[in-house]
Design a protein around this ligand. Structure first.
Ligand SMILES: Nc1ncnc2c1ncn2[C@@H]1O[C@H](COP(=O)(O)OP(=O)(O)OP(=O)(O)O)[C@@H](O)[C@H]1O
Length: 486
């Protein structure tokens, strides 16, 4: 697999030939790069064998950056075919084909054997082996170019407009041959063309580029025909893309009807179409209604299991009675179908394709929504775990503070105990202080306030309080008075 990752190529004069190209070229398949003149096709191709280096981005081959692979090694493992073959004019056909084996130091016998083998593979007669390129037709030169590119059995084949210099008939022939070779060798092929028909015919995958070196769409031929992403692609794949699209739809689901079969056209006795068949029920032609006993041409037949709707429609349109004749693999008559039945089927399939596309679009939208929801959930989860981490940190901090408070209280308690112990010690060693006598409170006597009952001259009977002015009180009861008024 070759992968372009956001590759841009800007030439020294400031021309951006390829802009931010991301493209996967799968192994063992044909990828065709197609687009109008100057859209960057050749620049893209030349970056694959490092004839040009990207200005930015990266190209990998089986996940290895191309930058890490030596150019000489790269070019041995990648065959390169250009317009008109690009053959060396002073070397014969065989010598041209042996170019890379010669560079690799193969023994003469081996490289000559390989060249002869390839000559046959590309459909050239051995008598052409010693001719020079100028003695070959354009198509023959092109075949030699392909043979030369395949000589050292490279893993990748890069082809820059390989079939553009030959006429349409030769080109169609070369296409068939090329597809047959690919069936045999199964290389990873990257081909450039500006011809969308060629791209549709040959490509497993087509990359359409627009001027400015921007990839417009990549997909299978059928995808491009049925689901062009925009007007540029729709315009590029052509106005008759609906009809061409039939080439990718199998004829297997067509409803097949029956007709009368006869061995002898003369035995046809009805105005309805009658098919003349041989002893194995292989169709021969239609009984001619206007000339009894004569057989009208059959036109083309189709095999529902292997042929396409386009072939079935061709068969119906070419039929003198308007019926396409379906045959089994062994050629036996299988049934008939009209052009309008074929078109009904096509409309039905198109509606299913449209439904499938709509369903896919809905599924894509749901996937995008689910992805957004997943991202949202992820960010909420991250936020929650951040909050939890903060809460943990706060709890740690609170525990630290609590421990500090406790430690401080313990210290205070210790200090208090130490103070008390010190005070007790001091008290034990200090003599007891002499009790101090408080000065007597001044007393004024208010005779009006004195109660009238229970009073004796000796003092207050109830309280025992001495009367002020009692001259003996201060002398004989001095201790009691002190404790009383204190
Ligand atoms: N060496 C160069 N220096 C400056 N600009 C270049 C150089 N080579 C190509 N270009 C420009 O880069 C752009 C892409 O060229 P490129 O040859 O890759 O396109 P292309 O699609 O292969 O064209 P075409 O189909 O005509 O061969 C064009 O505008 C071309 O003029």
């Amino acid at each position: 697999m070759i992968e372009f990752k956001s590759v841009t190529k800007t030439y020294r004069d400031g021309t951006t030939a390829v802009h931010d190209l991301s493209l996967v070229i799968p192994s063992d398949k044909i990828t065709v790069i197609v687009g109008p003149s100057g859209c960057g096709k050749t620049t893209t191709l030349r970056m694959i064998n490092r004839m040009l280096e990207p200005t930015s981005g990266q190209i990998t081959w089986d996940r290895n950056p191309l930058r890490n692979i030596r150019k000489t090694q790269l070019r041995r493992e990648m065959g390169y075919v250009i317009q008109s073959g690009g053959l060396f004019p002073h070397r014969t056909v065989l010598e041209n084909i042996q170019t890379v084996p010669h560079l690799l130091g193969w023994k003469k016998d081996r490289s000559q054997g390989r060249a002869e083998e390839l000559l046959a593979m590309v459909g050239l007669e051995s008598r052409l082996a010693n001719r020079y390129p100028s003695q070959l037709s354009g198509g023959q030169q092109q075949r030699v170019g392909v043979a030369r590119a395949l000589a050292a059995d490279p893993r990748v084949l890069l082809m820059d407009e390989p079939f553009s210099a030959v006429d349409p008939v030769v080109r169609a022939d070369l296409h068939e041959q090329f597809l047959e070779i690919q069936r045999q060798v199964g290389k990873t092929i990257v081909m450039i063309t500006h011809d969308i028909d060629e791209a549709i015919k040959l490509g497993d995958q087509i990359a359409i580029m627009r001027v400015g070196g921007v990839l417009a769409q990549v997909g299978s031929p059928q995808q491009l025909l049925e689901e062009p992403v925009d007007d540029f692609v729709a315009g590029f794949v052509g106005k008759d893309r609906g009809y061409r699209g039939l080439s990718f739809t199998s004829a297997s689901g067509l409803p097949l009807g029956s007709v009368q079969l006869v061995r002898d056209a003369a035995s046809a006795r009805t105005d309805a179409p009658v098919l003349v068949v041989d002893e194995n029920a292989n169709p021969l032609g239609w009984a001619d209604r206007t000339r009894p006993g004569q057989v009208q041409m059959l036109g083309t037949t189709f095999e529902p299991d292997t042929d396409t709707m386009r072939m079935a429609l061709d068969s119906a349109l070419n039929s003198p009675v308007g019926l396409a004749v379906a045959v089994a693999q062994n050629g036996r008559f299988a049934g008939v179908v009209t052009a309008s039945q074929i078109l009904d089927q096509v409309r039905h399939l198109k509606a299913s394709v449209a439904d499938a596309i709509a369903a896919r679009a809905e599924a894509d939208a749901a996937r995008v929504e689910a992805e957004a929801a997943r991202k949202e959930a992820e960010s909420v989860r991250q936020e929650a775990s951040r909050i939890a981490a903060d809460a943990d940190a706060e709890a740690d901090e609170a525990a630290r503070i609590e421990a500090a408070i406790k430690a401080a209280e313990e210290k205070e308690e210790q200090a208090r105990s130490a103070e008390q112990a010190a005070a007790a010690k001091e008290a034990a060693t200090t003599p007891a202080p002499t009790p101090t006598v408080e000065p007597e409170q001044e007393w004024t006597w208010d005779p009006a306030a004195e109660p009238k009952v229970g009073r004796t001259d000796a003092g207050d009977a109830e309280t025992g309080d001495p009367r002020p002015g009692d001259s003996t009180a201060g002398d004989s009861n001095a201790g009691d008075a002190e404790s009383h008024y204190r």
